[in-house]
Structure formats: C-alpha cells, structure tokens
Write a protein that binds this ligand. Structure first.
Ligand SMILES: [Cu+2]
Length: 367
C-alpha cells in the first residue's frame, strides 16, 4: 500500500511540514556528499547510501520557520491546466531497482575480445499502467521517454517502489515549466512535497509544455542522493513537439553516462550509452535510405563528450555542417538528416578514453 502525497499535503500548515529536517543524518550526509564523485571509495558510497536511507522527511519547526522563512517559501501555487487546445498527458512511473548487466554479450563487437562484466543493482524509472496496476515496460536505462506537444501538460504519477536501497528519490524535469511544488528537487530545509518521495510513497507532478519547451530534455532524480542515484540509472528523456512539424521516421535517444566501480561495482570504469557499454551491447540503431532520422544525444554525467557518427553529417543550429558536436553535462544535441548512405557504421564518443571504455555502438543502414 503506497501513501499518496498530493496537493492536500501542501496546503497551509501541512505544507510547512516539508520545510525543515532533522540535523543528525543530514550532517553526515552533507559531509560525505561534499566529496568529488570521482574520488569516492566503495566505503564512501556505502556511508552515503546509509545516510540517505536514514534521512527523515524535512519537518517544519514552527518557531524557527516563523523567524527564518523567506516570503517566497510561504507561497501557494496552483496546479496548471493545459493551454487552449492542449491535452493532459498522463504517465504512471515507478522508481525501482533491477539487477543490470552493462555488457550482456560479454564482448566488444567492434574491437573483439571478451569484456569482464557483472550485474549490479541499477536504480531506474519504469513505465506502469494507469493506477500502477501493473508494469507497462521493462525496468531499464533510460526510463520511459515522456512525450507531449506544446500546449499540453505532462501529469506524471510517480511512485517510489524501491525498498532495497530504501532512499527518497524524485523526478526532476528539464525544459518544461513547473512551480516549486513540482520541481522534484530536494532543497534541504526548503523541500516541498515533490522533492522527497520516500519508499512506498506516491506523488503527482504537473509540468507545463510551453512553446519554448519544444525539443528534447533530460529528466532525472534530484532527491537528496541524486548524484549517486542518477549515476545508478535514474534518468530519462522528455520530447516535446510542435504538432505542426513532421515527425522523423526513426528517432532515438542516446544517454551518455558512466558506470563507476565504487558506485556500481563494475570491475572497471565503463563509459556507457543507455546503461550499456561496447558495440553490440549499446543501442544498435537501424535506418533505411530515404528515411528521416533524428538522434538525440543527452549528456547524463559530469563529462564532456563529442558525439560522432561515421559516414554522415548534419547542420548545427547555425547551419554549419558538423559530424562531431560536443555535448556537456545535461546538454542535449538533436541531429536530423535524411539517410543517404547504406552499410555498417560506427557511432561513438570521440573522447578516446570514453570510446575505449565502451561509449560506442553500431549504426546500420539498409538500402
Ligand atoms: Cu564521451
């Protein structure tokens, strides 16, 4: 039985229950999470997870709040409706953990040779049927791609179903408009309901798809342990379209990220695409000559990447033709072209250390 958090939890005095927290666990948590993620030991990860699991929902302290709350923290917000002609696009999504193999073939199909691999406990968003009645998609990286048109609102019913890592998580979107209630971000003492969804709880986010939201954006965990939990797989993409514009024949989202041994237990550092490393494990993209192809590349870790597709070129936003654009943390590049070159090609990050540690895949074009 899950406990629903909704707007009724956010009104009046109840809303202030979200605005402060007990200091013990938080102090430990802050000290550990202040470390550079690239220098974390397995022990650090264990300690951070334990601290996150012991965090209590931020509680309002009446006296302190009366003296210290900024007026902006007392605002009430309405839940937005679609623009005229727009729709409500509803999704049911749960956060869950799954044993995940980043190299299921155990091989690199490009360079050959075996690759050491083992499963780890990934943390992912999973598509559910309405009312969370049953699963509607597999638990995998990335989470379900949310789709809407300009003028719609996205209404995402979110449930934290994981009792293994046992930590509060959220869904935080980019590109859409949201009030602080629907930011999906842990703000310490200033956390609103959508920023702390504990195991077993549900919350409904409502996000507006504005004209300037058109495009492709990431979403990810922004709860108190967001750095580790998004590195474990809590990320996905949002596509917001202008319905007047033609859709591509083929469309793929590629999330560039890493799987670090202290966090995931992988035998070595892997540079991954959609949770997998090395060609034959990463997505194999297929297209046909004559099709319009759209590939959206999302930077989902702290690295800078250059995304290269062999045998192809496409205009950047300024109209100059490129074949290796850079994509930084949380940036998205969307490339689009009409396929004209049949055969087997590679795509890969052109940062050599990333490419060599798995950030590559096949692109296969039929005549
Ligand atoms: Cu890279």
């Amino acid at each position: 039985m899950t406990k629903k958090l909704d707007d009724t939890n956010l009104k009046g005095v109840d809303r202030r229950d979200f605005l402060s927290l007990g200091a013990g666990a938080a102090g430990l948590f802050c000290a550990l999470s202040a470390k550079d993620i690239s220098n974390l030991s397995s022990r650090d990860v264990k300690n951070i997870d334990a601290a996150a699991a012991s965090l209590k929902r931020p509680k309002f302290k009446a006296k302190a709040a009366a003296a210290t709350l900024d007026p902006v923290d007392r605002y009430d917000f309405d839940t937005p409706d679609p623009a005229p002609g727009g729709q409500v696009r509803e999704y049911w999504i749960q956060a869950t953990t799954v044993l995940w193999d980043p190299i299921p073939t155990g091989k690199d199909a490009w360079m050959g040779g075996k690759q050491a691999h083992k499963k780890f406990r990934a943390f992912v968003y999973q598509l559910m049927t309405p009312g969370f009645a049953s699963t509607a998609g597999v638990a995998q990286m990335p989470g379900p791609t949310l789709q809407a048109d300009v003028g719609d609102v996205l209404r995402v019913h979110f449930r934290n179903a994981d009792m293994t890592l046992n930590q509060p998580v959220t869904m935080h979107p980019h590109g859409v408009r949201y009030t602080p209630d629907y930011d999906g971000t842990y703000l310490g003492d200033f956390t609103r309901a959508g920023g702390f969804i504990a195991p077993g709880e549900e919350f409904t986010y409502t996000w507006e798809c504005l004209p300037e939201s058109e495009g492709v954006w990431p979403y990810h965990d922004h709860g108190p342990n967001h750095v580790l939990n998004s590195a474990r797989g809590l990320f996905g993409a949002i596509i917001i379209r202008d319905p007047a514009k033609p859709r591509p024949d083929r469309e793929v989202c590629l999330h560039l990220h890493s799987l670090a041994p202290p966090i995931t237990g992988t035998p070595s550092m892997l540079h991954a695409i959609n949770g997998r490393a090395f060609a034959g494990n990463t997505p194999t993209i297929r297209a046909k000559v004559g099709q319009t192809v759209a590939i959206h590349v999302l930077g989902m870790n702290s690295d800078f990447h250059t995304w290269h597709l062999h045998g192809h070129r496409w205009p950047d936003e300024a109209g100059a033709f490129v074949d290796s654009p850079a994509v930084g943390p949380s940036e998205v590049i969307s490339i689009r072209y009409t396929e004209d070159n049949p055969g087997r090609f590679l795509y890969h990050c052109h940062v050599s250390s990333h490419m060599d540690a798995g950030m590559a895949g096949w692109y296969l074009v039929e005549k």
